[in-house]
Unconditional design. Structure first.
Length: 79
């Protein structure tokens, strides 16, 4: 996901473009709730390009959602 951060595919819920936070009211509410519960983590120093939702934490990643999805599919296909 960037910054040497790796998650298990079994923990992954979804990978989204960071723009979803601004374009969807439900997504905005979800992120606000996650921040209030302190389960949001920013990876790296760069501007986030994607939001990775896991069972326990919401990550902001500097890697695009398309790249992360390709990586996830690659690992699942090779498992």
């Amino acid at each position: 996901m960037g910054g040497e951060k790796i998650i298990r595919s079994s923990e992954l819920v979804g990978i989204f473009d960071v723009s979803i936070e601004k374009s969807s009211k439900v997504s905005k509410q979800f992120i606000t709730h996650a921040r209030q519960n302190k389960v949001v983590e920013f990876i790296g120093e760069e501007d986030p390009k994607s939001i990775v939702v896991t069972k326990g934490i919401v990550y902001y990643s500097p890697i695009s959602s398309a790249t992360l999805k390709k990586r996830a599919n690659l690992f699942v296909a090779n498992a």
